[in-house]
Design a protein. Sequence first.
Length: 213
Amino acid sequence: MKLILLGAPGAGKGTVAKLLTQLDGSVQISTGDILRGAVQAGSELGKQAEAFMKAGDLVPDELIMGIMEQRLQEPDCAKGFLLDGFPRTIPQAEALKELLKNIGVDLDFAVEIDVPREVILDRLTTRRTCVDCGAIYNVKSMPTKVEGVCDKCGGSVVQRDDETEAAISNRLDVYNDKTAPLVDFYKNENMLLTVSATASDVVVNAIQERLGG
Ligand code: ADP
Ligand code: ZN
């Protein structure tokens, strides 16, 4: 499957993407994970992206398109991919459309995961992330077995820099201004599936149904 996952920060894009990869071997491509990896590695990309990310602002479109142009042409994408956190602006959506046309790839559709704002806020403030493998936990609903230690890899599990209250509120504003318009963009392309659900398995089922199985 070749899907775009849209939704506010904390809507569950990453969780849904991980569940979908288990169905048919499609790969999850999270621009947030790629960027956090670059920051941690101290690469040139990481240096350019770091300050934007910390403030909860978007990284410039040209940087993101550079990453995605390469990533989408790697061989593991042939099986399918789940775009998690990309595109995030109308220019990115337009550039993606052009890129896919050039490399001869057809998307199935874009999924809007629609979750109430209260749920989003609660999730983001209680979310914790493994700095080594990116695994996501929640202090209330999915704590690690040992506090601060990743169950999967033993790495340290922390609150992200951009998960302070100020940065979260900025990320939600940025989502409403810059990313929410993509819902209409994909609606106009006749490519939108909206699922209003907080449970990831419900979202996955709706996607499978639309895919026809
Ligand atoms: P979220 O949990 O908010 O959806 P992500 O992990 O997807 O967060 O992204 C974290 C940060 O990385 C964003 O706040 C932004 O600074 C940057 N980022 C990720 N994807 C993009 C993108 N497609 N365009 C611009 N910036 C991005
Ligand atoms: Zn880990």
